[in-house]
Ligand binder design. Structure first.
Ligand code: FE2
Length: 207
């Protein structure tokens, strides 16, 4: 009997998009989604697999890699690629083909309590997304006691490295919108809030 050599399975896999590449049009074009998912996100996962090979990170869940690497000065490259791998997977889920509208139930109550209403939340979230200098992410996240806040993180940074629980994220790296909006980040953010934001996902994350 001949022995079949199988290649070692990569530690991390690129999860499938939760929708087709045309699903988010016209807010996000299939071209943008194709590059963003198939090139950028795929590259972070591939690089991460190369970086963790033979290290203790190899056997961890992705979230744990992010948390641990954030605390290790020498694991900066691993943190960047793990953070980007995690953030992008979360971003795809933060959008839906017929998104927009507003939250229901407990999340609706919490948005009213912590922001003063949905419009005030939108203003705070857009301010975080537009005010962010350079590459990064805008977040709606729950902190201690479930208190909500909207803020941005730079580069690959992510709330899960700081003990907060993300509910939604918006990618504000230029690669997320430049083909469709060029320098008009404000139009991308407004269209995203109006038509793509997946409140059902946010509600499930709030629990
Ligand atoms: Fe991105």
């Amino acid at each position: 009997m001949s022995e079949t050599l199988t290649e070692a399975k990569p530690a991390f896999v690129l999860a499938k998009l939760p929708y087709g590449e045309h699903a988010l049009e016209p807010v996000i074009s299939a071209r943008t989604l194709s590059f963003h998912y198939g090139k950028h996100h795929a590259a972070y996962v591939k690089t991460l697999n190369q970086l963790v090979a033979g290290t203790a990170f190899e056997s961890m869940e992705l979230e744990e890699v992010v948390r641990r690497a954030a605390k290790e000065a020498k694991a900066g490259k691993i943190f960047n690629n793990a953070g980007q791998a995690w953030n992008h997977a979360f971003y795809w889920q933060s959008m839906a083909a017929r998104g927009g509208g507003g939250p229901e139930g407990k999340l609706k109550e919490a948005i009213e309590r912590d922001f003063g209403g949905l419009d005030a939340f939108r203003d705070a979230f857009a301010k975080a997304a537009l005010g962010h200098f350079g590459s990064g992410w805008a977040w709606l996240a729950a902190g201690k006691g479930g208190r909500l806040s909207a803020f941005s993180t730079a580069d690959a940074d992510t709330p899960i490295a700081h003990g907060a629980r993300p509910l939604l994220t918006l990618d504000v790296w230029e690669h997320a919108y430049y083909l469709d909006y060029q320098n008009r980040r404000a139009d991308y953010v407004a269209a995203w809030l109006d038509k793509l934001v997946n409140w059902r996902f946010a509600e499930a994350n709030y629990g």
